[in-house]
Design a binder for this molecule. Structure first.
Ligand code: IFM
Length: 450
């Protein structure tokens, strides 16, 4: 690869992303209340191999070691999420001082090391007590979420500049409230549409709260984005199916935020969201973020299918197409990130895009204290090259964060898919920097060369 980190310019943000439940562990310690994930992992057959995030990478106790690794890898920005129930054990009400102190320690240590902390407010771990009141399907979530946001800004706003309101709302509402494969395991269109609408309202409201409490913050929110194509380019039915899936996966949360409303034209069933809407909601859904976080891993090919309720469309997975793929059965197709950036760049309302996640899970082998993860290294190199191409074409992309620092709890897939730049032995908690981590370090080291 003959581009260097320097080519992206001095203001480009290079980083690495993590999320609280996936790494912290200490799930029931130091005053933390239970979250929907603490509950969900206890249910039978929900998580591969019955894994849980109870201990995960034990980051809670090992954060100095792990942030020192971030420093060793020369990564200038560290993105992490705040566990809502560590700060507010019941979601609202009594603040847990131990939780506040813990995040202060994490932030302070980043700053001490010269690493810039970036906060995601909500990365899927809703306090269980709020779920018991309906969680994201209850409109009161707007009040509960506002309290959480205010609490975080009050405590950490003077130390952290970059904030993201939600992580991938389509994934936590789709998998958690429609398919039931993620916490809290609810199913059905009504649950999904209610959760989606309330999440979309919280997304903009969170932005407004951040801005009103502190005018100097850089405020964003993140979206999953998969480049969508019809399985058969010449089939009208596949073309139509692809447009519907694109509206659902890529536009549902982004476009109302940009003031464009829900994409009901391409996906009629979304008009059923109206029953959850109140006067003024359309206006309330919009907020002008400073940046949009784009999280891209793959492209999807879509075919028409009578069998799939509501959508009449299905994803033709990578293994069925015989294309190179990751352990998640996601196609490896580097131009997808260029196409994603191109699409975001086409919205005049978006001024700055940060790739807040990109990465891959492959079979790793720890041999003689080394993980030679050639495929992941190549994946990162090729995707970064596409980001550069987008930047050269004038698309306002201004950052790239690898998912993720270290192998961690990959939700319903447990610890099986490993995405990290650093290998974790989950029995001994030993950390080993992989070849991809060393490559990223070398790539970033050019930034400090004069
Ligand atoms: O691990 C997840 C993360 O929590 C959200 N974005 C996608 C990653 C890989 O599946």
């Amino acid at each position: 690869m003959n581009i260097s980190a320097k080519d992206f310019g001095p203001n480009f943000h290079w980083g690495v992303s993590t999320a609280a439940y996936q790494i912290e562990g200490a799930h029931d310690k130091y005053g933390k209340g239970p979250s929907i994930w603490d509950d969900f992992v206890q249910r039978k057959k929900k998580i591969l191999n019955q894994h849980t995030g109870d201990i995960a990478c034990d980051f809670y106790h090992r954060y100095t070691n792990d942030l020192t690794l971030v420093k060793r890898l020369q990564i200038p920005n560290y993105r992490f999420s705040i566990s809502w129930s560590r700060i507010l054990p019941n979601g609202v009400g009594q603040v847990n001082q131990a939780g506040i102190d813990y995040y202060h320690r994490v932030i302070d240590f980043c700053v001490e090391l010269g690493i810039e902390p970036w906060i995601t407010l909500y990365h899927w771990d809703l306090p269980l007590s709020l779920h018991e009141k309906g969680g994201w399907t209850n409109r009161d979530i707007i009040q509960w979420f506002s309290i959480f946001v205010e609490t975080c800004v009050k405590h950490f706003g003077s130390k952290v500049k970059h904030w993201m309101v939600l992580n991938e709302p389509m994934v936590f509402t789709g998998a958690g409230y429609f398919l039931g494969v993620h916490a809290p395991g609810k199913r059905g269109l009504n649950n999904f549409l209610a959760a989606a609408h309330h999440a979309a309202l919280c997304q903009s409201e969170g932005g407004r709260i951040l801005r009103s409490m502190q005018s100097n913050l850089k405020i964003g929110t993140t979206f999953s984005y998969s480049h969508i194509e019809p399985f058969l380019e010449t089939s009208d039915k596949d073309i139509k199916a692809a447009k519907k899936v694109d509206a659902l996966l890529n536009r549902l949360f982004l476009e109302p935020l940009l003031g464009l409303g829900y994409p009901t034209k391409e996906l009629k069933l979304l008009s059923r969201i109206e029953k959850f809407m109140r006067q003024d909601d359309e206006k309330q859904l919009a907020f002008s973020m400073d940046f949009i976080g784009l999280q891209n891993y793959t492209r999807e090919k879509i075919s028409h299918s009578y069998m799939i309720p509501f959508m009449q469309a299905k994803i033709v997975k990578a293994n069925k197409r015989g294309v190179p793929s990751t352990l998640m059965n996601w196609e490896v197709y580097p131009p997808c990130i260029f196409k994603a950036l191109e699409r975001y760049g086409s919205y005049s309302q978006i001024n700055e895009i940060i790739v807040t996640e990109n990465g891959a899970a492959f079979e790793d082998h720890l041999i003689d204290n080394q993980v030679i993860d050639i495929q992941r290294t190549k994946y990162l190199q090729e995707h970064i090259a596409q980001v550069r191409l987008a930047q050269q074409k004038g698309i306002p992309v201004n950052g790239y964060f690898v998912w993720t620092l270290m192998d961690n709890f990959e939700w319903a897939e447990g610890y099986h898919p490993r995405f990290g730049l650093v290998h974790i032995d989950f029995i001994t908690q030993k950390r080993t920097i992989k070849m991809s981590g060393n490559w990223y370090r070398q790539f970033l080291s050019k930034l400090s060369e004069v």
